[in-house]
Design a protein around this ligand. Structure first.
Ligand code: UD2
Length: 319
């Protein structure tokens, strides 16, 4: 049985990715320091005998070396991150350590222990303000935050190791991921986690701007499948790949779907647009489609329905 390492396993994307992997019948060692991850996200994973959770910081090279010594990893999915863009402005040193240095350290451990494949969680944030849409991997990135800069720098390091030492480094640029377990606590949390939380409590949502801004929203279940397939199937050349749907949806369109799901909630309140907000974000999914035959499968309305009505911990892991 193959064993894979997942860092950030107790996070939003991490916990869904771990469940996808366990369903394929592989063994997963999940690392998380619970800085933003939550143990309850791993309730389903823990029902599998093939899952082990390790309380450790992915950037702690000594702790991680012990895991690499104990297991012969077939691949690593490195998701552990400082996920908040605003926090990266306030804590640039922490952002450097978590988003860049930890990725470099994990990559060097892969080389040291002959673990061939490293899948890295990058972000559409690396594109910044690019002149033309949809964003393509060949576009010149223009990071607008310490977060985006660190993600881009980590991509460069990993792809440098790929060219130098033959590591298979696959950097996945996630667009706007939504789904169960995304934390709605901060005003800068993903907009759909905030909207769902407020609608559930019968509260009005606040739209920053006119609501005509668009995003390429992708379900976390599609993202978990992309992560898992790249990690387990192999055959994806080292490089950068968008993980997106290729479809733009405006906040006003989102609200129209919510109105069907929550007919009795008060109307949305419109407020000033956020400073620095991007008007439109859209990715081209073509490269990952060509290399992996990967297509996002979950229609947005279905994904939103699952988010609004889904009770977590329902799925069963079949090991
Ligand atoms: C940011 C990050 C992205 C990721 C994402 C969270 C950048 C460049 N990108 O993208 O990396 O962390 O957030 O999924 O910083 N909005 C409202 N009302 C609310 C909350 C948000 O109208 O209560 C608006 C917001 O102004 C924006 C849109 O909804 O126009 C999407 O906001 P978001 O924070 O979910 O995502 P985004 O694309 O700004």
């Amino acid at each position: 049985m193959q064993t894979f390492l997942v860092t950030g396993a107790a996070g939003f994307i991490g916990s869904h990715s771990v469940e996808w992997l366990l369903k394929q019948g592989v063994r997963v060692i999940g690392v998380d320091n619970l800085r933003t991850g939550r143990l309850e996200n791993l309730v389903v994973a823990h029902t599998s005998p093939d899952f082990e959770w390790v309380n450790a910081d992915a950037g702690d090279e000594t702790a991680m070396r012990i895991l690499f010594q104990q297991h012969r990893f077939a691949g690593v999915l490195h998701l552990a991150a400082l996920v908040s863009v605003p926090e990266s402005f306030h804590e640039p040193a922490l952002n450097y350590r978590i988003n860049l240095a930890a990725a470099d350290s994990i990559a060097r451990l892969c080389l040291e222990f002959d673990c061939k494949r490293l899948v890295f969680a990058s972000s559409a944030a690396v594109y910044g303000v690019v002149a033309s849409l949809p964003n393509r991997e060949s576009d010149l990135p223009q990071p607008q935050s310490p977060y985006a800069a660190a993600k881009l720098a980590a991509e460069v390091m990993l792809l440098g190791y790929a060219a130098s030492y033959g590591l298979e480094a696959v950097c996945l640029r996630y667009f706007n991921v939504y789904g169960l377990r995304q934390d709605p606590a901060s005003p800068y949390s993903g907009v759909l986690s905030i909207f769902t939380d407020r609608f559930r409590h019968g509260l009005p949502v606040i739209v920053h701007g006119d609501g005509e801004q668009t995003r390429d929203f992708i379900s976390v279940r599609d993202v978990a499948r992309a992560n898992g397939e790249v990690l387990t199937r192999g055959g994806v050349a080292s490089g950068r790949y968008n993980v997106c749907t290729g479809r733009a949806i405006s906040l006003n369109q989102v609200l129209a779907i919510y109105r069907e799901l929550f007919p009795n909630t008060p109307p949305a309140e419109y407020a000033a647009a956020r400073v620095g907000d991007i008007r439109h974000s859209l990715g081209d999914p073509g490269l990952l489609r060509n290399r992996l035959e990967f297509n996002a499968k979950i229609p947005f309305a279905q994904g939103l329905y699952e988010l609004a009505h889904g009770e977590d911990k329902k799925s069963v892991v079949m090991a």
